[in-house]
Design a protein. Structure first.
Length: 305
């Protein structure tokens, strides 16, 4: 009958027994759960306490006050002009004041907090030489990036909500509550105006996902936070410049910047969403690719800082 063990010569000493295989289960501490490392609330509190978060929040909260003072000093907007635009209706009501705040900040000011919160998050840990210690905790790389990304996007959304909320409070106190006056004629009642403004904020957040993806990807590539943030802002500006080149024709439709003001269709007597849908598709597609590149590259990166 055959056996699975090798035959042993009777006159040959067997020697000491072979050491037992190490128990791999002992290498994992009791209660360790990879998915519970670096909780989102811990990362959120850390980021909220940082000076750049407080400064960025103060800048966004101050903008409505600055505009209100500017309108008070300069007189009623639109005086002496024949063509009426959104800026000319800024003092018509609180809703108009909110729309003007979003209009003047959408092209550049709201880009900065998104690039800052998503681009500074991983690169700053590398710059402080604390990234390798986080991974040695041990925090899985995918878990670390996921926590950083979720918190960065949460703070970006909070920044975009903070501006219209403060503007609505300032506008109500200074100009009163009333319908949103449409520059092309007509108005939206208070309920429709609030609904339209909520759609605008949601669309602005989605349209900035490209900047978030750029900043987050660059943050996993460099140890310099300023490089990641500045690179994302710079590439966003390049996109705006390319969109201004009319010679590109329909190729501009593939640029996220081409759809950044499509939200204006949400505050019309009959809202139109076609432009926002196309802009959302372009932004989400670019963002998913950039986020995937960030996770893929960071999983293979040698962490030395």
């Amino acid at each position: 009958m055959s056996t699975l063990t090798e035959p042993v010569e009777p006159d040959t000493p067997t020697g000491p027994p072979a050491p037992a295989a190490p128990d791999r289960s002992a290498e994992t501490a009791d209660g360790y759960r990879p998915g519970h490392t670096l909780p989102l609330r811990v990362e959120l509190v850390r980021q909220l306490k940082r000076r750049r978060t407080l400064v960025m929040g103060a800048v966004l909260a101050a903008l409505p006050f600055v505009l209100a003072v500017a309108f008070a000093i300069g007189g009623e907007p639109g005086e002496g002009g024949d063509r009426v635009n959104l800026m000319d209706t800024a003092t018509a009501s609180a809703a108009n004041f909110v729309a003007v705040n979003l209009f003047v900040s959408a092209g550049f000011l709201l880009v900065i907090p998104v690039a800052l919160f998503c681009g500074d998050t991983v690169a700053s840990e590398a710059g402080w030489s604390s990234l390798r210690y986080l991974l040695a905790a041990p925090v899985p790389r995918a878990r670390l990036l996921w926590s950083k990304l979720v918190v960065g996007l949460t703070l970006s959304l909070a920044a975009m909500v903070l501006l219209p909320v403060v503007a609505l409070a300032v506008g109500t106190a200074v100009y009163g509550w009333g319908p949103l006056q449409i520059p092309t004629g007509g108005s939206l009642d208070e309920t429709a105006a609030l609904r339209g403004l909520a759609v605008i904020v949601a669309y602005l957040f989605v349209s900035q996902l490209v900047t978030a993806g750029l900043a987050f990807w660059l943050s996993t590539k460099t140890d310099a936070p300023l490089g990641a943030v500045g690179g994302a802002v710079g590439l966003t500006i390049v996109g705006n410049v390319l969109d201004a080149v009319t010679a590109l024709g329909d190729w501009r439709h593939f640029l996220p910047a081409h759809w950044q003001f499509a939200w204006a269709d949400a505050i019309q007597p009959t809202p139109e969403y076609a432009g926002m849908i196309q802009g959302t598709a372009v932004s989400v597609t670019y963002a998913l690719v950039l986020f995937a590149l960030a996770f893929r590259g960071f999983a293979r990166k040698d962490i030395v800082s």
